[in-house]
Design a protein around this ligand. Structure first.
Ligand code: ADP
Ligand code: ASP
Ligand code: MG
Length: 437
């Protein structure tokens, strides 16, 4: 069985929802993961923000405006009066629920319950549409099988067992529809897999059922060789291996959620990136196969902070790096890039929640300096040392840009550069010009 995931734009209007239904209804059994309609999760974030600020009237205004959008979609989407009234009832139920928060104490738990409504509505509406079309389909409630553990990691055994149960109690259906992004946490509360997490749902579902293929359908024809939001003339990359795709996703290629490749890779399930707007386009196939063709693509990760620790005590000493890393570990802050010299070490982080405490502790080890507002530019491909010349090409492309750190050798698949955020666009353009044109 295949797992197909459709993102927000793919289900962003009545016309798009009809297109998706046409695309999936080929008689082949499949699981379909849907995001919320585009813009909805952002609106829900805003609504939660109003509630946090105790501004119930602001929240109600946003809720009512969003509800109106759904009513318009319903008017256009369904042809039968009975489907329309089913969908209106569904939507009203979810919006009435949103309105109840104006009287409640508002915490992160309520916020997460609010954020879950987008996917609950889109899948409910889609199921009603498939029923209207006479298709054999059923909803699989993600909140009944998708779960994260105490460390916010997916509980893969639980997911596999409970998804299998869900499939068992709904035998013989052709299309299984489920919500992306949403899940329960260790305590049974409603939670989510972070923004953009529907891709992650698809790969977790794919891994749980040992799918033949995971397809991520979006609004572009596959992984492009550079970020199309910043560079013109980017092109789709036909093949990537799991490592290359994971590096690109982690380092900013928004088309994939950062962690979504891992479950597919662990189970050796190919991932295909496809375009809902141009379903015949070949897209990108991500698999375990290596393609010996040098540099494949470039991506950029924003919001990076660099921390440099200089210390005479590092000279000829052992255990210094351990002490540095332990400080980051104790504040549960992942490190992205590391570079060292005989007298100092530079690291980058993107989670600055505990920056002050981390810096205070690092000061016990040496002189500390912090640079905020940095970007990691990641050049990805088959970059083994034997493929001589690719680093010099990448370095040469950035000849006019101040580079704060360079990292290569952590894997055979990437070389990363740390630069100022202001130079990001120029750097991406320069790399495209010299690597791909
Ligand atoms: P969805 O809502 O379907 O999940 P996203 O907006 O999350 O879609 O991801 C698709 C978008 O990712 C594209 O519209 C594109 O602007 C952006 N993007 C960034 N980098 C890349 C890249 N290297 N290749 C393709 N798309 C990219
Ligand atoms: N709807 C969620 C978001 O906008 C999840 C997703 O689209 O992947 O972040
Ligand atoms: Mg996305």
């Amino acid at each position: 069985m295949k797992v197909l995931k459709f993102g927000g734009t793919s289900v962003g209007s009545a016309a798009r929802i009809k297109e998706v239904a046409k695309l999936i209804c080929d008689g082949e059994q499949k699981i379909v993961v849907l995001s919320a309609m585009s813009g909805t999760t952002n609106s829900l974030v805003e609504i939660a923000d109003y509630f946090y600020k105790n501004n119930a009237s602001g929240a109600l205004e946003r809720i009512n405006a969003l509800e109106q959008k759904y009513e318009d979609v319903i008017e256009e989407l369904y042809s039968k009066t009975s489907s329309k009234s089913d969908a209106l009832e569904l939507v009203k139920r979810h919006f009435d629920y949103l309105r109840t928060f104006s009287k409640a104490v508002f915490t992160i738990f309520e916020e997460k319950a609010i954020l879950a409504q987008g996917e609950l509505i889109s899948t409910g509406m889609f199921q009603i549409y498939l029923e209207e079309q006479g298709e054999s389909s059923v909803l699989l409630p993600a909140l009944d099988y998708m779960r994260i553990d105490k460390n916010s990691e997916p509980d893969t055994a639980y997911i596999a067992e409970n998804l299998a149960k869900q499939l068992e109690v709904n035998p013989g259906k052709t299309y299984y529809i489920t919500q992306g992004y949403i899940c329960r946490n260790f305590y049974g509360e409603i939670d989510n897999l972070q923004r953009g997490g529907s891709d992650y749902t698809a790969s977790l579902v794919g891994a749980a059922i040992k799918a033949d293929e995971i397809q991520i359908w979006t609004d572009i024809d596959g992984m492009h060789n550079n970020d199309p939001r910043f560079v013109e003339g980017t092109k789709p990359v036909p093949y990537l291996n799991f490592e290359e795709a994971a590096e690109l996703a982690y380092f900013g290629a928004k088309i994939l959620h950062p962690t979504c490749i891992l479950p597919a890779k662990l189970n050796n399930i190919p991932v295909r990136l496809l375009n809902t707007m141009d379903s015949k386009a070949p897209g990108t196939l991500i698999s375990s196969k290596s393609n010996k063709s040098g540099i494949e693509a470039v991506a950029a990760k924003d919001g990076i902070t660099a921390i440099k620790i200089k210390s005479g005590r590092m000279l000829l000493a052992y255990g210094f790096l351990r002490k540095v890393f332990e400080i980051f570990e104790s504040y549960q802050t992942p490190i992205d890039m590391v570079t060292t010299s005989e007298v100092g070490v530079s690291v980058t982080i993107d989670n600055t929640k505990n920056l002050k405490e981390i810096v205070d502790n690092l000061k016990k080890l040496g002189t500390v300096s912090v640079d905020e507002n940095m970007v990691i530019i990641c050049v990805v491909g088959d970059l083994q040392p034997e493929n001589v010349g690719f680093q010099s090409k990448a370095v040469h492309a950035l000849k006019d840009i101040p580079v704060r750190m360079i990292s290569y050798g952590g894997s055979n698949y990437n070389v990363s550069f740390l630069i100022n955020a202001d130079d990001k666009k120029a750097a991406l353009k320069a790399l495209s010009a010299s690597l791909f044109n």
